[in-house]
Structure formats: C-alpha cells, structure tokens
Design a protein around this ligand. Structure first.
Ligand SMILES: *[C@@H]1O[C@H](CO)[C@@H](O)[C@H](O)[C@H]1NC(C)=O
Ligand SMILES: *[C@@H]1O[C@H](CO)[C@@H](O)[C@H](O)[C@H]1NC(C)=O
Ligand SMILES: *[C@@H]1O[C@H](CO)[C@@H](O)[C@H](O)[C@H]1NC(C)=O
Ligand SMILES: *[C@@H]1O[C@H](CO)[C@@H](O)[C@H](O)[C@H]1NC(C)=O
Length: 613
C-alpha cells in the first residue's frame, strides 16, 4: 500500500476568518441568481406591483429568493432558481435578458403579459437548459430565432398569441425531446418543420403555414394564397372585422380562464380537496403497523400543513406525521406521475419488497384521486446534507461517524445495484437522499422513484425534461447519453464521499479561491493536477491516527468521479474499499455477502485492485 503523508496544517488566518464568516450566517447561495432576479425586476414594468412587494432584496438570507412570487428553487434553502413563472402579471417591457444570470434555470413562463419587441436572437445562450419555455399571449414580434433549436432540452415550446412573423425554423424538427409545440395565432408563413408524430403541434390561425398536418401542401398553398389576396382585397373589410372579433374573443376567454393564484398560506389546498376520500385505506406492507386510513395521515400531518414539511425534492414533498400514539412517520406526496392506478400498484408491490438495512423502509402507500402518498419510517437525524452543512455553519459529524455513514450508504447502494431483484439504478443520489436514523446509520431514500415519475422509460432508463438529478452530482456523460447507468450513480456517490471528506458543498466550494467558479469535482480535479489534493481534506477531521484513512477515502472518492464511466469502480468495489478502511472500527454486525454479477465490470475490478497495491 502506498504510504500517504498528510501535511498537518495549522489553521491559517484564512481558515479562521472563514469559520467566523459561516458562524455569522454567510450566504452560500449563488449571488448570480440574486443578481438575475434583481435585474429582471429592474428591467420590467410591473403596473400591478406583483414584484414590487414580493421581490424584496433587503434581507439576504440563504434561500430568500425562493419565497418570491413565481420563483421555484432547486432547493428551498439555496438561492438557485429552477423555474421562473411570471404568468398573467401584466408585465411590460422587452424579453428580460438578465435571465442568463439565472444559470441553472430549466423552466421559464412569461405567458399572458404585455411583453414586446423581438425574441432575442441568442436566446439559446440565455436559457441553455430550458425544458419548458412559454412566451404565449404577449406582444412579441419579428421572427422566431433559429437558435432556439440549440435549446436541445426543450420539451414544451409555446409561442402562441403573439405577432411573430416569417418562417418557423425547420431545425425545430430535430429537437429530440420536444412534446408540445404551439404557435397558433401569430402571423407566420411558409413550410412547417417535419416533427415526429409524437409531437403535439398547434398551427391554427396563422397567415400562411403549409406542409404540415392539417395544412395544405406548400405548392398548392402558394397559388391559393395569391388568389386569397385578390379575393381578400374585395371582402377585406368584413373578414378583418370578423377576424378581429374572433381574436378578441380568444383573448377574453383566455384571460377569464386563467384565474389569479388564490391565497393559500398553508399550501395544502390539494389536501383539503381530498375531503371526500378520507376513508380510503392506507395499504401497509408491514403487518406490525395498525391499519390506517387517509384521515389518520391527514390528522397526523395537520392536513399536510406547510409547517410539517421536512424536505422536498424532485420526486415530491415529505411531511412529518405524528400519529395518536406518538409514532413518527414520513409521508411523501409524489410529484405528479402519469402512472395509472394499476401500474402504480404494481410498482408499489415491487418497491414494498425491497428491504435492506441501509434503505429507508417503505411502510405503505395510499392513492386518493390524483394523489399518490408513500409512507416511510421516520429517520430522526434527518438527512446527511443538513448534518454536513447545517444552517449555523459547523458540522458536528466526526470522522468515525462520517466513515460509518459512507460505508453503510455504499452498502445500500451496492445492494440496489448488484443484489436486489430487480436491480435498481437510483439516478438521484445526493447527500439529501441519505437519511440518518437515531444511531446515524445511513438509509438511502427515494430509490425506485425516478422510474415512477416517468412512465415512458420503463425499460430504457432514459431521462426526460433534462432532469438528471441535483446539480453538482450529475455524471458528465448524462448530458450526452441521456441514459441512466450504475456508473452514473457511482459518480453521484463519489460526490457525496467528497462532501464527507472535504466538508464542502457539491456546487459552491467555500475553500476555493474566489476566482474559482467550478463545482466540487472540478475543484478536486484542479487540486489533483496541482499535486495538492491533500489540501481538500476538512481540517477539522485531521488528526495523526486517521491521516492515512482520510487520504485513502479521498482517493476512492476521486476514482468514483473520474470522467470516463468505465474507469470508475462499481458500487460493490466502492463498498469493499470503504469497508477495508473502516475495518478497525467494527461498525456493522450483519455483513450480508454481496456478489457482483455484472460480468462487464469484472475486468475493471481487477485493474483497480492492481492499482491499489
Ligand atoms: C451575468 O451574466 C453575464 C453574461 O454571462 C456575465 O458577464 C455577468 O458577469 C453576470 N453577472 C453576475 C453578477 O453574475
Ligand atoms: C431576515 O429574515 C429572517 C427570516 O425571514 C428573519 O428571521 C430576520 O429577522 C430578518 N432580518 C432582518 C434584519 O430583517
Ligand atoms: C447552435 O449550435 C450549433 C451547432 O452546435 C453551433 O454551430 C452554433 O454556433 C450554435 N448557435 C448559437 C447561437 O449558440
Ligand atoms: C418518433 O417517436 C417515436 C416514438 O413515438 C420514436 O420511436 C422514434 O424514434 C421517433 N423518431 C424520431 C426521428 O425521433
């Protein structure tokens, strides 16, 4: 084994002042997203004062922008905008270019406002990761920029009810994820792109589109439209008046049908709407738990009150539930899923049997109207993310606990990959989905749910909507291949290991120089290249007798986040390596044997073992 010498480091002035800063509540969020919203607010005319009062930039606590009207963040405590929904606010002005500073944005809805001018020609560089773009019912004019076809994550593109002219760029036909394309009620002309039949298109009420479904062929249309111009000249007055009326009506109907958001301070309107279904039974996998009905869950969560929310992520919102007898559970309200009841039941039947010491036990589930609720055992120490990056700045997790968490979590994930039947790729591994019980035994949550969110990909494990997982954890190949793999999970898990050993967040590296703009993995790569990897280790963990453990641990983490998937170890190997580091602590008693059954990875494993000698 290579002998690692770790430089003992005395806390420099730098480190001390850094620690002081965090204990005073330093803002970790990205200033650029704050700048983004501030600039948008400044640039738009807001006659109804929606933004004026809600978008208050005076008190900059972490996650403060996430409570602004129309703003959805990746995480409620991080100033990083996921979606911006400013529909029907009477906003005036040009397309807000400052949106480019909300650099993690995936959804933009500016519909039903009075925005005018052209859609910027470089829009693809302003919102490169957008999956849903809605500019409908505004006063945009000019051509549709061809560069929009560079927004390859686009799923839904709505440009209807504007004054757009010219052709629809034919390049839109190759947008790989497009499902909805609507340009009705504009002044567009010419040939429409040839979309895959699975794309839902709306071309209604344009001046002269041709070549698509329900439209004339382009040749015939040309001569016809010449005729129409002549005929139109005669009957012009009447037709125009009628058209004007029709368009006017359309606007009117649209406006009435879009209701203003109702005030709902508790945020549980959806739960109150379940009134009639309270007697629905909660199906339980564990016989030990007494029978429950939906009404019991509602009571236990204060009718799913916002104050009971203990977490939220892309698969749904988690509520703390306290039953009459004092038992605590977690109830997850799944994000809208397109699964039918039958498919959902069958999926639950599978997930209910997936049991392992290092997975959060799914106790039961419940379906009421469109809602899908999952009942889990409560984990009293919350999630690893909050333990590592607490609001007051200093984590109390010592090295032994961190190592124990890493080994247990690796074991759980290795079990999902190699031993569970069917095997499960998690796809959303982050420190937020590793929960900790009273003894800090780690339990992975959310396994099996990514698939549930997305019925299209039952077999292929493809991603939709550009939703690969939390930023900072996403394997680099995913943006190219769009297919989830076990090695993608290994990458995400490697990022968690880096978080454990460096104490840093996956996206914002506090210890890096101010000029450094990358994420945690990029920082580690840079340190490796400079031969300064040991600088990455969290100083608070360093002591003489664990130096070599820390460095071995860091090396394993680095292998997991290698850019080439083939070079990364399997989860089985990661677990074995970590277990070897922790051998002297005797963490676990039940060591069920994991047998790696991936033939393709067997060679890979030998290489790794050789490299370690
Ligand atoms: C906003 O984005 C522009 C273009 O990417 C960049 O030059 C500028 O530095 C950003 N501003 C902030 C405050 O991040
Ligand atoms: C800032 O906001 C936080 C949370 O909303 C609040 O607790 C704190 O008192 C506010 N600080 C100031 C100076 O207004
Ligand atoms: C759009 O993508 C093409 C091909 O990748 C590239 O050549 C072009 O410069 C891009 N355009 C913009 C505006 O980003
Ligand atoms: C069109 O959609 C079908 C599924 O609806 C898919 O199998 C096919 O590959 C798509 N074709 C193209 C060219 O994207």
């Amino acid at each position: 084994m290579v002998k690692m010498v770790l430089h003992s480091r005395i806390f420099s002035y730098h480190v001390v002042s850094f620690l002081l800063l965090i204990s005073c509540g330093m803002n970790y969020g990205t200033d650029t997203d704050i700048f983004c919203l501030q600039s948008i607010k400044d640039a738009l005319e807001d006659p109804n004062n929606y933004l004026k009062f809600s978008w208050d930039f005076n008190n900059k606590t972490e996650g403060f922008i996430c409570r602004f009207i129309g703003v959805e963040c990746w995480h409620p405590d991080e100033n990083r905008v996921l979606n911006l929904k400013l529909s029907n606010m009477g906003l005036k002005g040009q397309f807000p270019r400052a949106i480019q500073n909300c650099s993690s944005l995936t959804g933009l809805d500016l519909s039903i406002n009075k925005l005018s001018g052209t859609i910027p020609g470089d829009i693809s560089t302003l919102v490169p990761f957008v999956t849903s773009l809605d500019l409908s019912s505004n006063e945009f004019s000019g051509a549709i920029p061809v560069t929009l076809s560079n927004c390859t994550f686009l799923n839904s593109l709505r440009l209807d009810q504007n004054r757009l002219t010219g052709q629809i760029p034919l390049q839109f036909g190759i947008l790989p994820r497009l499902k909805t394309f609507s340009v009705s009620n504009n002044l567009l002309t010419g040939q429409v792109p040839s979309f895959n039949s699975s794309v839902s298109v709306n071309y209604a009420n344009n001046q002269g589109l041709c070549g698509g479904n329900g439209l004339g062929s382009c040749q015939a249309k040309n001569s016809k439209s010449n005729m129409a111009v002549i005929a139109g000249a005669a009957a012009g007055g009447v037709t125009l008046a009628a058209l004007g009326l029709a368009v006017g009506m359309l606007f009117f109907v649209r406006r009435v049908s879009v209701k203003k958001k109702e005030e709902d301070p508790e945020g549980n309107k959806w739960a109150r709407s379940l009134k009639g279904t309270k007697q629905i039974k909660v199906s339980m996998f564990e016989k030990s738990i007494s029978k429950m009905k939906l009404i019991d869950l509602m009571k236990a969560t204060n009718n799913f009150s916002n104050t009971n929310i203990i977490g939220s992520g892309r698969t749904g919102t988690v509520y703390k539930a306290v039953l009459g007898d004092g038992t605590t559970l977690m109830v997850k309200r799944l994000q809208e899923s397109q699964y039918t009841e039958k498919e959902f039941m069958s999926e639950m039947g599978t997930l209910g049997t997936v049991k392992h010491r290092n997975l959060v036990p799914l106790l039961g589930f419940c379906m009421a109207k469109k809602e899908r609720l999952l009942v889990y055992k409560n984990m009293s120490n919350g999630n690893l993310h909050d333990q590592l990056h607490p609001a007051d700045g200093v984590s109390t997790l010592d090295w032994t606990t961190r190592l124990k968490i890493a080994i247990g979590a690796a074991k759980g994930l290795a079990w999902l990959h190699h031993s569970c039947n069917p095997r499960i790729i998690h796809r959303n591994i982050s420190s937020k989905c590793i929960l900790l019980d009273a003894e800090f035994e780690p339990k992975i949550s959310d396994f099996g749910l990514a698939r549930l969110m997305n019925p299209i990909d039952t077999h292929l494990s493809t991603f939709v909507n550009g939703e690969f997982g939390d930023l900072g954890y996403v394997a680099p190949e995913y943006t190219r291949t769009l297919v989830a793999t076990p090695k993608g999970d290994v990458y995400s898990f490697g990022t968690v290991l880096l978080e454990l050993v460096t104490g840093e967040r996956p996206t914002n590296v506090a210890k890096a120089p101010e000029t450094f703009k990358g994420n945690l993995v990029e920082w580690i790569t840079e340190l490796t290249n400079k031969g300064k990897l040991h600088d990455a280790i969290d100083e608070s963990l360093v002591s003489k007798d664990v130096e070599s453990e820390l460095f071995q641990f860091l090396k394993i983490a680095c292998n997991c986040v290698l850019p080439t998937p083939k070079e990364r170890p399997t989860m089985f190997e990661v677990y074995q390596f970590l277990r070897a580091i922790g051998a002297r602590y005797n963490f676990t008693t039940d060591d069920e044997i994991l047998v790696p059954t991936d033939n393709g990875d067997a060679d890979n494993m030998e290489e790794l073992i050789v490299a370690r000698e």
